[in-house]
Design a protein around this ligand. Sequence first.
Ligand code: OFO
Length: 163
Amino acid sequence: MRLDKKVYDLLNKQMNREFQASNTYLQMGAWAEDQDLTGCAKFLYKHAEEEKEHMRKIFDYILERSRQPKLGEIPSPKTNYKDVKELFDIVYKEEKDVTDSIHKITHEVWEQKDLTTFSFLQWFIDEQREEEALAVEIVGKIKIIGTQGQGVYMIDEFVGSKA
Ligand code: OFO
């Protein structure tokens, strides 16, 4: 059955948001690599790929439900960060915002009794739970280790081990 227009708009927006997250993580990876933070760069590049896969999942789903996905303009990501702490505070905020957005769409499809889309979104809900938990873990470790001296090296090793 063809996707309801309101659900289509919400999914389309989410699809573009996943693409934006992918670009943000890719750019963050470039910043990290430039700072010789190779572990962080590895982690961020991997996540950039994952966000692109999320985008594609929604893209394919919209098509499957007889609508055309519309790629929008993606604003340029920030290119400079104060330090690794600022970087991962932004990652955590980004993931929290994506979770809120996915929950909002899920709530709407539940109201509309679109159980097919409701089922489709369960994967994203589980994925966001994992991604948020990972971001919380990294932000927590950065807090413990601190960003002075060898702390940055330890953080880079830790984040790289999560890639
Ligand atoms: Fe981490 O955002 Fe996709 O779903």
